[in-house]
Design a protein around this ligand. Structure first.
Ligand SMILES: Cc1cc2nc3c(=O)[nH]c(=O)nc-3n(C[C@H](O)[C@H](O)[C@H](O)COP(=O)(O)OP(=O)(O)OC[C@H]3O[C@@H](n4cnc5c(N)ncnc54)[C@H](O)[C@@H]3O)c2cc1C
Length: 556
């Protein structure tokens, strides 16, 4: 294996086209071929919508701008030969609650999808040398909390029991299109202690965590897990995020064997097996509207594709709105687009390494698949302030460290490891977002230096190569990550539920008839949930005179 020296490494960190295309299709489709559905953008959500529509018998064409399908759910060689990196997401914890997986509706395992369930689930080391580890075994996890406070050990057990009782309702709301079931608040009102949950969901994650746990370590661990959605934990209506640890206690944080991209590869195979076609390197830049109806799309290479039934978009609403005359959208929609807010962006360093991170624990070291660093609750409470200031902050930065090769040796050459280090930084720097190109190597160095305080084994010689994604790089790679937003935009009180993407347009049907929207700008938002994808399919199938249940129960 060739080693990349630090000098060479600097040259290789510009966001290059992905070196390996595990699922790229660029075959031309004859112009005269007819399609019922044209899908603009191939993220996991739009591919899930396409998969249900294809199963229903509609002929689908999926157009992706990048050389590989999958958006935030893909795996490629970013560092060195033989290393398979998750370009964005790794954990599919939320997806497994989606009826698509829970009820095996698409039988994706037949298309090559297999999950690995790491134990421990998550590990947080602290600056004083102590640590808290979440294990699949609940009792063992309670002992971890109990190391710091017996009361907090009992509080965690109680929190989990309370969450388990309400989980089916919360999950049901995520996997139901807006307007299709009873509103969540009405459902909660009918539950024992439902009114308490109405209050909790309106509170901030920090308020719940502070009131439930007394010890600083336990509070820090809970705040860390609540911040993975990139919302400031003290913001109103982030209460649901306080239950992030409880949510994953039973389901863990599974990821696909072979890499996150195995999900979108399986979906691509499913769509093809059901008569669909996927084309890559196709940037959609215009909607074709005839007689007030969206009937197809035009791409930047001059090609155009017509849809006899509907167009489904996962193009960011900030870009979509420029792809058809303004007057067709209506003022409410345009107001919703204009007021859309970005989120605290991610900063990512992918490393090819000769060792996994080793964190000190009693009797030796621990190398978990996922670990997080957060020094204190006070540090978490400064996330919103950091973002607003528009300056890079490497003062005790929070970070996530993911090393899939520990549980999945197929990800790296024998004995080697893939390490993904994620931090959070503002997209909008005072000098402008382009400034990221000048400083990203230095920022990446800062993160690795800080990580070494907790995993001192990761010295320079163990890092064979790096690939850096600044917030600006993330947006360049995937315009759906608008302003570096890994979830397409903030999931704050003003942009969740019936407010996503904006009030009045949360049902996937767009103001231009024949056009539907899915993906992270729609309910239930970003992350690998598949919720927006299945929900959009539910709405469309209803509009087409059938139902998702009928399609799921259809043979073959
Ligand atoms: C570094 C990082 C780590 C993450 N880790 C996790 C994790 O572990 N777990 C988790 O649940 N979530 C994670 N996320 C978030 C998650 O990846 C995203 O929220 C999710 O993938 C969004 O999926 P989507 O289907 O909405 O669309 P996307 O994945 O954003 O896909 C949209 C697709 O549309 C294409 N497209 C956009 N515009 C056009 C156009 N005009 N023409 C043609 N194609 C177009 C894009 O190229 C892209 O392929 C992470 C994100 C990042 C950035």
């Amino acid at each position: 294996m060739s080693r990349v020296s630090r000098r060479e490494f600097v040259k290789t960190t510009a966001l290059a086209p992905l070196a390996v295309a595990p699922f790229s299709l660029s075959a031309q489709t004859p112009k005269e071929e007819r399609f019922d559905i044209v899908v603009a953008g191939a993220g996991h959500n739009s591919m899930i919508t396409a998969a249900y529509l294809a199963k229903a018998g509609y002929r689908c064409l999926v157009l992706e701008g990048r050389p590989i399908v999958g958006g935030g759910v893909k795996t490629a060689q970013l560092t060195l030969k033989g290393f398979k990196d998750d370009v964005c997401s790794t954990s599919h914890a939320f997806l497994l609650d989606n009826p698509m997986m829970k009820n095996d509706e698409l039988k994706l395992r037949d298309y090559g999808l297999e999950y690995i369930d790491p134990d421990p689930i998550f590990h947080v080391p602290f600056a004083d040398g102590s640590y808290l580890t979440q294990w699949r075994d609940m009792d063992r996890t309670c002992v971890e909390f109990g190391k710091f406070s017996k009361k907090d050990g009992a509080a965690y057990r109680k929190m989990l029991a309370e969450f388990d009782a309400i989980k089916p309702i919360l999950m049901g709301a995520s996997f139901t299109p807006i307007g299709f079931g009873k509103p969540l608040n009405d459902q909660l009102a009918q539950q024992p202690r439902g009114k308490l949950w109405q209050r909790r969901l309106a509170m901030s994650a920090w308020e719940i965590i502070r009131d439930t746990f007394e010890d600083e370590h336990c509070r820090t661990f809970m705040l860390y897990m609540s911040h993975l959605a990139a919302e400031p934990p003290d913001a109103p209506m982030t209460g649901r995020l306080a239950y992030g640890t409880a949510r994953q206690q039973h389901s863990g944080r599974p990821f696909p064997k072979g890499g996150s991209g195995k999900l979108t590869e399986a979906l691509a195979r499913f769509i093809e097996a059901h008569g669909g076609v996927l084309l890559t390197n196709k940037w959609v830049n215009r909607l074709i509207v005839e007689n007030g109806k969206c009937v197809g799309v035009e791409c930047s290479d001059g090609s155009s594709y017509r849809a006899e039934k509907a167009v489904v978009s996962t193009i960011h609403i900030k870009h979509l709105v420029d792809m058809a005359p303004r007057e067709l959208w209506g003022q409410d929609f345009i107001d919703g687009v204009d007021t859309w807010q970005a989120e605290h962006a991610m900063f990512v360093t992918h490393c090819a390494a000769s060792e996994p991170p080793k964190f000190a624990v009693e009797g030796g070291t621990l190398s978990p698949v996922e670990a997080g660093i957060l020094v204190s609750p006070e540090r978490a409470l400064r996330f919103g302030y950091d973002d607003a200031r528009g300056v890079v902050n490497l003062d005790n930065p929070a970070m996530q460290i993911i090393c899939c090769s520990i549980a999945d040796p197929t990800r790296a050459p024998a004995g080697m490891h893939t390490i993904k280090v994620i931090g959070w930084q503002p997209y909008e720097l005072k000098e402008g977002p382009e400034h990221w190109d000048k400083i990203k190597n230095e920022v990446s160095d800062g993160y690795l230096k800080f990580l070494r305080r907790y995993a001192p084994n990761l010295t320079d010689d163990k890092i064979l190569a790096r690939f850096i994604e600044s917030p600006l790089d993330l947006e360049r790679m995937n315009p759906h990550f608008w302003h570096g937003s890994a979830h397409a935009g903030a999931q704050s009180a003003s942009q969740v539920g019936p407010m996503r993407p904006m009030p009045g347009w949360a049902q996937h049907r767009m103001p231009i008839p024949g056009l539907f929207q899915t993906g992270a700008t729609t309910h239930p938002g970003g992350s690998v949930t598949g919720g927006p994808g299945r929900n959009a399919a539910t709405v469309m199938l209803k509009d087409f005179g059938t139902s998702i249940e009928e399609v799921v129960n259809k043979r073959a």
